[in-house]
Write a new protein. Sequence first.
Length: 493
Amino acid sequence: MIGLVVVVLLAAGACRERDRGRELHVIWPTDVETLDPNQKFEFVTDTFAMNVFDPLVRYDRQMAFTGGLATSWEIQDGSVWRFRLREGVRFHDGSTLTADDVAYSIDRLKALPDRDIHRYVSAITEVRVVDPLTIDVRSERPAGLLSVLSFVYVLPKRTVERLGTEEFFRAPSGTGPYRVAGWKKGDFLRLEAHPDYWGDRPSVRAALFRVVTEDDAMWTEARRLSPAIVFSPTRTTWAAHRDDAWFRLVERPGLGVHFLALRVSGGPANPLSDVRVRRALRAAIDTRKVASALPGEGAFPASQLVPPAIIGFNPDLSVPAFVPGAARSMLEEAGFRQSEPLRFLTLKGGGPLGREIISALGAAGVEVREEQVSIEEFERRSTACDADLFFSGWICATGDAGELFEGNFYSKGSRGNACGYGSGELDAAVEMIGRTLDPAARRDLLQQAMKRLVDDLPWIPLIVTYDRHALTPGVVWETRADGQLDLRDVRLK
């Protein structure tokens, strides 16, 4: 009997060791901004959200639609989508999902105009509960609705109303594969597998996301805490570890384009309001040289504001050849004059790209004054268009260029950073795109809209960067086309 007890205890201890060994550490350079999945439409917060919550539909690794909380969806009369929900889905608090929760989550966002995603749900005109497992959503632009709803995460209506939003979002309850087990802002986020998850049981039982802001320290921590993923390290440190056998480096072209945004408001007093000047600025920048300024061959030139993998990429648009002296001649023809330097807003420690752009514009006779600021100040000032030039980027996480147009350049609903740019023709195109359900016809409309945007150049496309990560021994991760870390895609050997 004693021997049997010893064997049982040893086996139990071994199981605990195996469980601990199945905990993954994710080392990343920044933290989630909020535990409200529908508050911020940005990359890191959405990585958290997609592991804890579910939308009606979602994208798989190859950016194809697949079921989330909905098992099926169909268009009813050209403007209404009907969704049928999974039966028996439970939130982390034990409550059961119904159509009321879906309706509440969508209506809540429509009532919060300060939310990043509000610009996309503003076209939804009606949400109707048909029965506990069926819901209808009517939209003025139904063609893009599935993409929009893939980023609307469903909350438990009764729990939120009972606790209030402040209390609920301290430890929110979703239907996703993981529940929040702890969060210390700026330090760590711990997720644990949800035992009653409706889908396949994930391989990773727990994940600790550690915020490490020092570049080299990310790699040191990953060694110490293995099994681990170094998530989106700097390009310099990634390139420096090419020959490090401890790490397996992974990369794929990202879905984001880095660009130079221009403040075009202000009328004739602002030289950037003249499209001839904007085209001259593009001609001044050798994007191949900009791409080569990044260490480790980390980027390639962008011909437009989405990369090739995005629906709406126009293959007829090419990267313009750089011709020395051409930009200066174009500026002279446009009558370009400066009374003061153009203010160029960049992030502190932003790397060589800002310097490369300043040098290129200077060679064309454009005087630029760089203003390096914190990420908080950059967000505030770029939103307010409080500078002339902004080095920024946009990730079409939906895989569809309609997100770019509607979120930034549709003057009737956009809260994006177009900074004075407006086009009645582009507005009409966005509305037509939103109503066109035929995929081929919609793609053609998106490509036409992209050509118009590149002709007008409120944003000057620069480069497409690679998504790059590093894995320690024992970590198997099939990366996604959108660059997100879905823990369901990770296995620990």
